[in-house]
Write a protein that binds this ligand. Structure first.
Ligand code: SAM
Length: 223
């Protein structure tokens, strides 16, 4: 796994690309990114849930989650980039879903929420640019209630050795241009969660051959 970009530099990148992020990410992932968000919400979120969307970006996943939780649920959007969250706020307002949403900036590795605050925490592609993805995943698990869920989509290495070599070559070129790579690389966080006692309840691979995603849901052990 490549070392992540410096967090301050990463924040500047996301602030700068916020207005074009949705189009750029959809093109880079051949539009498979939205399928990952839909699966995360379908498998991870239930009506009435209090949801944390971590690394919420421009709010694509939060929009789906806000619709699913309904009027008695709520969605907290958390991201380090003011620019990305500003786009998210506009989108949720335009969709009439902002009344049950909150917006907060900060670092995913030190969440400003008490233990066991949320029914479910979501991360769609926000583990990929994190400088310590496994620590980030454990921090999300911390703020989920016992018996609650953590639903994640992130990039993984392609399955075959040839595709892996090709993907690594492409990644090493794109990596030189953070405004294009967005600091994203394939990561692995599920083993750390399972070592912490989380139980796998759903898993699927999707995406294009050179740029696959892993979507999974784990359950935090009941207290
Ligand atoms: C690839 S985007 C994913 C955005 C959105 N979840 C989606 O589905 O499109 C990664 C997001 O994670 C945020 N992010 C990266 N590192 C972070 C950190 N340490 N703390 C909080 N947010 C972070 C970025 O600002 C960006 O909005």
């Amino acid at each position: 796994m490549r070392a992540g970009l410096d967090p301050a530099a990463l924040r500047r990148v996301y602030d700068r690309v916020a207005s074009r992020y949705d189009v750029q990410h959809a093109v880079l992932t051949a539009r498979s990114d939205q399928r990952g968000r839909e699966l995360v919400v379908a498998e991870g979120v239930r009506p009435g849930d209090i949801v944390l969307d971590c690394g919420a970006g421009t709010g694509s996943t939060a929009l789906l989650a806000a619709r699913r939780v309904g009027a008695v649920g709520a969605v907290a959007l958390f991201d380090m980039s003011e620019g990305m969250l500003a786009v998210a706020r506009r989108r949720l307002e335009a969709a009439g879903l902002a009344a049950h949403a909150t917006f907060r900036t900060g670092d995913m590795l030190a969440l400003p929420f008490a233990d066991a605050t949320f029914d479910v925490a979501l991360s769609t592609y926000s583990m990929c640019p994190l400088y310590d993805p496994a620590r980030g995943a454990l921090e999300l698990l911390r703020v989920v209630k016992p018996g609650g869920r953590l639903a994640v989509a992130h990039s993984v290495e392609p399955a075959g050795p040839l595709a892996r070599r090709l993907a690594d070559l492409v990644e090493s070129v794109v990596w030189r241009f953070p405004a294009i790579s967005l600091g994203c690389r394939s990561v692995s966080v599920r083993p750390a969660l399972e070592r912490a006692g989380a139980r796998l309840v759903f898993e699927r691979r999707l995406g294009v051959p050179l740029w696959p995603f892993l979507v999974f849901v784990v359950e935090k052990p009941a207290a």
